[in-house]
Design a protein around this ligand. Structure first.
Ligand SMILES: [Zn+2]
Length: 271
C-alpha cells in the first residue's frame, strides 16, 4: 500500500512532466474505481492546463487552470505509469499531453479520483477532518500534547488517527516511535512533552529519509515501463521481528498486535 513518501515521490515525478502542460486527451476505461469517476470528468480535463501539483496526507493533487483540482488516492495497489508502451489491464484513467501519457493503473481498485473546486479544496470530504501535515509547520509537540491529553488509548493507535496527524500509516508510526524511543503501548495522554518533541522530529526524519530513498527511483521513471509510487526503503524495526535491536543491542525486535495491526518495537529501549 502506498504510504505518504510514495505519494510524495509520485507527485514529484508527475510534476516533472506534467506541470505547465495541457491535456490533449483524457480517456476513461471504466465508469468507476472505488467510487464512480466524477460526471463530466473527460470534458472537464480535456484542454485544461496543469498549473501545479501537490499532496495532502496520502492524496495527490493536480491543479488545473480551470480553478479545479484532480484529487487522486492510490488505495492499495494504485500507481501512475508514465508513457506505457501499450495499454495494460487496469489502466483506468489516461491523461495525455503533447509529449507524454500518464496511466492511472490500479488492479484492486481501492484507489479513486475526484474533481474538486480548488477554492474549496480544504473542505473537501477527504480533507475536512484531517489533522496537520506531518511535514508541515502545524505538527508540533504542543499540538500533540493537546490532541493526546487525557487519552488512554495506546500512542501507536492514536498516531494512526488521521485527525491527530494526517497521512501516517503503520510503517512510519512504528519507525517514528522507535526513533523517538517511545513504547507504542504507552497511553497517549501519558507521553511527556519532551518525548512528544522527540516524536515530532522522528516523524519528519523517517518520512524525509524515505522520500529521499524514493527520490532515487525518480531517475527511473522515464523508462518505457516507468511506474511511480513504489520503492524499497530501509526500516529499523518494521518487519524485523526477532532481529537484535539496531540501537541498544540488548533488546530483540518484537511484534505485537494493536488494533488488529502489527507493531514492531524494541521492548528494551522504547519506554
Ligand atoms: Zn533497543
Amino acid at each position: 500500500m502506498p504510504e505518504l513518501p510514495e505519494v510524495e515521490t509520485t507527485v514529484r515525478g508527475l510534476a516533472v512532466l506534467l506541470n505547465g502542460e495541457r491535456l490533449v486527451r483524457v480517456v476513461l476505461n471504466r465508469p468507476d474505481m472505488r467510487f464512480p469517476f466524477p460526471e463530466g470528468l473527460v470534458q472537464a480535463l480535456t484542454g485544461a492546463t496543469v498549473t501545479g501539483l501537490g499532496r495532502r496526507a496520502k492524496y495527490g493533487l493536480i491543479h488545473f487552470d480551470r480553478d479545479t483540482t484532480l484529487v487522486f488516492h492510490l488505495g492499495m495497489s494504485g500507481r501512475w505509469r508514465i508513457d506505457p508502451p501499450e495499454a495494460a489491464p487496469h489502466d483506468h484513467l489516461l491523461l495525455e499531453t503533447a509529449a507524454h501519457r500518464f496511466a492511472l493503473n490500479d488492479p484492486r481498485r481501492f484507489g479513486f479520483v475526484d474533481l474538486v473546486d480548488t477554492a474549496v479544496l480544504d473542505t473537501w470530504r477527504g480533507f475536512a477532518t484531517l489533522g496537520p501535515e506531518p511535514l508541515g509547520p502545524d505538527l508540533t509537540a504542543a499540538h500533540l500534547l493537546g490532541a493526546l491529553a487525557g487519552r488512554k488509548q495506546a500512542i501507536k493507535l492514536l498516531l494512526l488517527d488521521q485527525r491527530i496527524v494526517a497521512g501516517l500509516g503503520n510503517i512510519y508510526v512504528c519507525e517514528a516511535l522507535f526513533a523517538a524511543k517511545i513504547d507504542p503501548r504507552r497511553a497517549g495522554g501519558m507521553v511527556s512533552r519532551a518525548a512528544l518533541g522527540r516524536l515530532v522530529v522522528a516523524i519528519r526524519a523517517v518520512l524525509l529519509q524515505s522520500i529521499e530513498d524514493g527520490g532515487s527511483s525518480l531517475r527511473d521513471f522515464a523508462r518505457p515501463d516507468g511506474e511511480l509510487g513504489y520503492f524499497a526503503t530501509r526500516f529499523a524495526v518494521y518487519g524485523r521481528e526477532g532481529e537484535p535491536c539496531p540501537r541498544c543491542a540488548k533488546g530483540t525486535i518484537t511484534r505485537i498486535v494493536q488494533g488488529g495491526r502489527s507493531t514492531w518495537f524494541c521492548p528494551s529501549c522504547q519506554k
